[in-house]
Design a protein around this ligand. Structure first.
Ligand code: 3PG
Length: 240
C-alpha cells in the first residue's frame, strides 16, 4: 500500500506526540506541511486520508475556524497514520483546546512565551513563528531550535530567509506564508530549511467543495517537487 509505505518511511509511531528531535526528523523527512483551514469538521477525515494517500501524512489544522478542535480529534481517532497538529495557536486557551483534542504539535504565527511554556511543560513540539533576529533569539532562549518563518514571502522570501538564518547556524526554519509549488524548490534549497508550510494544496474552497481529487493531485505534486528538490530526506542540502 502506498499509504502504509509512506507512513513507515516517515517513521510514524502515531501514538502520542513525538519528542523534539524525532519531530524534527519527521518534518525533515516530510518537507511539506499542509496548513489546513477547515470550516466543517466532517471534512477532516476524508482530507486526512487524501493527504496520506498522496504521501503527505501530516496536517496542521489551524484555529482559524471553530471546527479546528473537532477536526483534530476526528483525524487522531480515525486516521492515526496522519500526524495532526494545531496551527494559528494564538493563546494558552487555544493551546489547551488543541492538546485536549489530541494535537501532536503546535504552530503559532508569532512567538508567545506562554504558549511555548505550556507546550514545553506538556512535552509537545511547538514551532513558533518568527520574523526577526530578535524573535529567533527569543526562541533559542526558550531552548527551541526549530522555528516558523512567517509570513515568509511577504517578509522578503528566500533572500530574506538566507540573511535572517545566516547568524543562527543551529536553527532550522519552516517558512510559511506565500509558499507554492513554484517557489517550494527555492526554499528547500536553503540548507537551514527543515520543511515548508503551506495551504496551496489544501485550499479551504477545495475542502468545502469536497474536491479531494484536486487536493490529492496537488499534495502528490508537492511531494514530488520536494523529493526532486531535496532527495535526501532531512539533509541540510546545499550551502546557505
Ligand atoms: C498559516 O496560517 O500558517 C499561513 O496562513 C499559511 O500560509 P499560506 O496560506 O500562504 O500557505
Amino acid at each position: 500500500m502506498v499509504a502504509d509505505s509512506n507512513a513507515r518511511r516517515l517513521g510514524q509511531t502515531v501514538a502520542g506526540p513525538l519528542a523534539g528531535a524525532d519531530f524534527e526528523s519527521f518534518l525533515g523527512a516530510l518537507r511539506v506541511v499542509p496548513v489546513v483551514e477547515i470550516a466543517c469538521a466532517d471534512d477532516a477525515v476524508p482530507l486526512a486520508r487524501t493527504l496520506l494517500e498522496a504521501g503527505l501524512p501530516c496536517a496542521e489544522i489551524t484555529f482559524r475556524t471553530a471546527a479546528a478542535p473537532q477536526a483534530i480529534a476526528a483525524v487522531v481517532a480515525e486516521v492515526p497514520e496522519v500526524r495532526v497538529g494545531a496551527g494559528t495557536v494564538l493563546n494558552v486557551a487555544q493551546a489547551e483546546a488543541a492538546l485536549a483534542a489530541g494535537a501532536g504539535f503546535l504552530v503559532s504565527p508569532g512567538f508567545d512565551a506562554a504558549v511555548v511554556g505550556l507546550a514545553l511543560e506538556r512535552g509537545v513540539p511547538i514551532v513558533p513563528g518568527v520574523c526577526t533576529p530578535t524573535e529567533v533569539g527569543l526562541a533559542l532562549e526558550h531552548g527551541l531550535s526549530v522555528v516558523k518563518l512567517f509570513p515568509a514571502e511577504a517578509a522578503g522570501g528566500v533572500p530574506y530567509l538566507r540573511a535572517l538564518a545566516a547568524p543562527f547556524g543551529g536553527v532550522r526554519f519552516v517558512p510559511t506564508g506565500g509558499i507554492s509549488a513554484d517557489n517550494l524548490p527555492a526554499y528547500l534549497a536553503v540548507g537551514q530549511v527543515l520543511a515548508c508550510g503551506g495551504s496551496w494544496m489544501v485550499k479551504k474552497q477545495l475542502i468545502a467543495d469536497h474536491d479531494f481529487a484536486t487536493i490529492g493531485r496537488l499534495a502528490a505534486e508537492a511531494r514530488r517537487i520536494a523529493d526532486a528538490a531535496r532527495p535526501a530526506a532531512g539533509s541540510r542540502g546545499d550551502e546557505r
